[in-house]
Ligand binder design. Structure first.
Ligand SMILES: [Zn+2]
Ligand SMILES: [Zn+2]
Length: 110
């Protein structure tokens, strides 16, 4: 199985000169774009999955929105300050702990 590596040639050659998706969808309501254009992976575990262009400023918001869309209703968010969990796995563990009861209800091993 291939490792999740974004620093490969195919990834680097994907275009980054288009329009930020957030700006395209929401226009001025989302505020101005800032930073270079990056790419958001629809499925971060699969580097070959679809991705779209988003500026650095809007990328964090996209990640927050996506998580909110995909998480089950009633899911509690990590209450800690941004950056408390250095790694995604730490954040996930924190939220699993917070949502232990919900996970048990859903029949997902916590
Ligand atoms: Zn933007
Ligand atoms: Zn936390």
């Amino acid at each position: 199985m291939e490792k999740t590596v974004y620093d490969n040639r195919r990834w680097r050659e994907l275009p980054r000169d288009g329009e930020c998706v957030v700006s395209f969808l929401f226009g001025e309501a989302a505020g101005p774009c800032r930073g270079h254009m990056s790419r958001h992976h629809v499925n971060p575990d699969d580097p070959r999955s679809r991705s779209f262009q988003v500026c650095v400023r809007h990328h964090n918001r996209v990640q927050a929105i996506v998580r909110r869309l995909l998480d089950p209703p009633g899911w509690k968010r990590c209450p800690h300050k941004w950056g408390t969990h250095r790694y995604r796995s730490g954040l996930e563990a924190c939220e699993r702990e917070l949502n232990r009861e919900l996970l048990e209800e859903l029949g997902v091993a916590a």
